[in-house]
Design a protein around this ligand. Sequence first.
Ligand code: GLC
Length: 734
Amino acid sequence: MSSTIVAHSSQPDSLEQKIAALIARMSLADKIGQMCQVNPATDDPVAEFGDRLRAGRIGSVINLVDVRAINELQRIAVKESPQGIPLLIGRDVIHGFATVLPIPLGQAATWNPALVREASGAVARETAAAGVNWTFAPMIDICRDARWGRIAESFGEDPYLTSQLGVAMVRGFQGDDLSAPGSIAACVKHFVGYGASEGGRDYAATNIPENELRNAYLPPFKAALDAGAASLMTSFGDMDGVPATASDYLLRDILRDEWGFDGLVVSDWNAVEQLAAHGFTANRRESALAAARAGVDMEMTSDTYAEHLESLVAAGEISIELVDAAVANILRMKFRLGLFDRPCTDGTGVEPTARQRLLDLSREMATQSVVLLKNESTCLPLDAGEVRTLAVIGPLADAPQEQLGTWVFDGDAARSITPLAALRDISGGRIDVRHHRALVTSRSRDCAEFGDAAEVARDADAIVVFLGEESILSGEAHSRANIDLPGAQAELVHALAECGKPLIGVVLAGRPLTLGNVIDELDALLYAWHPGTMSGPAIADLLFGLASPSGRLPVTFPLDVGQIPIYYNHKNTGRPPESGTIVHIDDIDAGAPQTSFGMTSFYLDSGFRPRWPFGFGLGYTTFEYSDLDVCVRDAAIDISATLENTGRVRATEVAQLYVRDPVASVTRPVRELKGFQRVPLDPGESARIAFSLPTDDLAFHGRSGQRVLEAGEFHLWLGGSSEDGLNASFRLEG
Ligand code: GLC
C-alpha cells in the first residue's frame, strides 16, 4: 500500500500538490480532525461544535440541513480554524430531498438509467440548495431476500441492472463537474455484501464465497467507482468473519490496490465502535486501530478516532504515513467538490421552474416504476366513460407520508398528491369517487369497518383497493420474517371480492410481498412500491389508461417466504428441477413408500418457480419478437430482432438480453442480464432492436481468482422477462 504522499504531477498547483502542501502544514491533531464526522445532538450545532471546529477537530457534519447553520459552521471552519479547511456536510438523500422520487427498488423497476440520472441531478440541485454537499447514496447492495427491510433502498437482485442504475445515480448526483454549484458527492454503499445478511435479518453476518463476491456483489461497486463516485461507505456486516469496516482485504487489497480508488472511505454509523460488539476488537482503542489500519479514512459518528488515533500514532501502532494517506483522500474529495473555492451556499433555494421540473420527473419516474402483474380479462385500464362510481378502499389510498417510503428524512409530505386526490381530480367530477379506509393502518387487525367499506364497494362500478405496507415497515432495521400483507388486509380483499364488482389491487410496499392469499380474488394488480411525492397522478393515469404500465420487476417475487433466497440468475445444480418429476405435497398418495419424486431441486409444498420472475411486467398491449439475428465479431456479438406492438395502444416494452455460459471452469448462472432497452411503439408499429454485446462482458472470475474469458458455446435470449424470449446459441473461439 503506497501511503506516502507524493506529487502526482509536475503541473503547478496540481491537485496532489495542493493536497501535499496542505498536509505538510497540518498538525497531527488537524489531520485527525479531518477524519472525524460528527452528528448534532442539539438544535444549535454552532454552539455545540463551534469550539471543536475552531480547533480544527471536525472534518464533516452529518444530518444538518439548516442552510444558515451550515453556512455559519463553514465560515468558522474556513475563517477561524488553523488550516481553514471547509466541511463535508453529509445527508441520506436516498431517493429525493423535499420532493421524493420512488424508492430505489421502484426506480429500478423503470429500467431507465437516463431517467434515474436526470432525476438524481434534479434532486442534487434541491439538496445542494440546502447546503448539503454529500449524499450517502446510491445503495448498490445486491439483494435476493425480500425479508430484508433495506431491499427497498436497493436496485434489486441483478448485478448488471444495479450497475447501470448505480452509475446513472452517481452521474446524476455529481453532474459533469463535481465542483459545479448544484452537484453533490455520491457515496456508494455498503461495501460489501450487506444485502446477503443471513435470514434477511438486518446487520446479520454475511458469508459470501470469493467467486460469488467477485461475480455478483462487487461488480456494481467497480462500475460506480469507475464512473467517478467520490466516496464509498463500508458495510456493518461481518464478512466471512471479518467485519467489512476492518477488512484490509476489501478496503486496501481490492479497493485501493486492485481498483486504484483514490476517493474517500467512510464507515457506517458507529460501525467503527461496533467492531467490539462483533467480537473483533476488545475496546474502542483497538477498534480505532483496526479501522484505520484497514483503510477507513473517516469515522462516522462514533469518535474513536478523536479519542485514540493520536496515542496510537505516538505509540507507533499507526504510522503518520497512514494518517496522511487517509487525510489526503478526504482533502481530495473536498478539493474535487470545490469546497475550498465555494464553501457556503447562497441560500436562495430552488427556483420554481426547477422545483416543477423535479415534480414532473418524480411523476414520470413513478409512472414508469409501476408494474402490472395481473390483468384478468383486461379489467384495466378503466373506461372513464363507463365508470360512474369508483370505490377507493384502504388506508394507503390517502396517506401522504406513507407513499413516500423509507429514507425520507427531508421528504415534504405536504407536497404529496395521494391516489385518492388524483382519482378525484382526474375524473373532473364526472366520476363519483367514494373512499373508505376500512383499516386504520396497514397493520390493523380490526375488521369492524369492513361492513361499511363493503357498502361503498357494492354501490360502485369498480373497486380499487390500496394494499401493502406503511413506509415504516421497510428500510433499515425493519426486516420481516413473514412478508404477506400485514394486518387484516387479506380479509379485506375477501370481503370486497364478495361484492361482485371488478376488484383492482394497487400495492404500495418497500419489498416484494407474498400475495398467495389474495391474488386469486384480484382481477388486476398494479405493484407501485412506494412511488413518492407524485404517487397519485402516476397511479391514476395508469388506472385510466392515460399511461400504459411499462415497469418490469427488478427482483423475483417468491410464492412463499420459504423459497427465499430465490432469484433468476441462480446456478443450475446437478439436479435441476426441470430434469425430474415435480410432485405437490397434496398429490402424494396416502401411505406413500419411501421413494423419490425425481430427486431434484424443488419444494414439495412450493415447487421451484417464483410467483413472478425477474424482468416480468404486463402492459395494456402485447409485443412480439421475431427474426433474431446473432453475429459474432472479434470484440463484440451483434444481436438484433424485430419487435412489434401487436396490441391496440401505444406502450413501451423493456427488451431484455440474457446470456448463459453452459460449460465453464466454474459454474455459471442459468441466465445473466447483459443488456436492456426501453422501446416505445405505437399500435402496429415495429422496430428493429439491436444490442452490441462486448465479448469482454462474457468474462467472469474463475477459480484462479482472475477474470477469464473462455471459448465455447453460449446461449442467449432476447425477450420481455428472464423466463421467455427468442433464443439462439453462438460460439466464442479460443
Ligand atoms: C445508517 C445506514 C447508512 C446511512 C448512515 C447515515 O445506519 O446504514 O446507509 O447512510 O447510517 O445515516
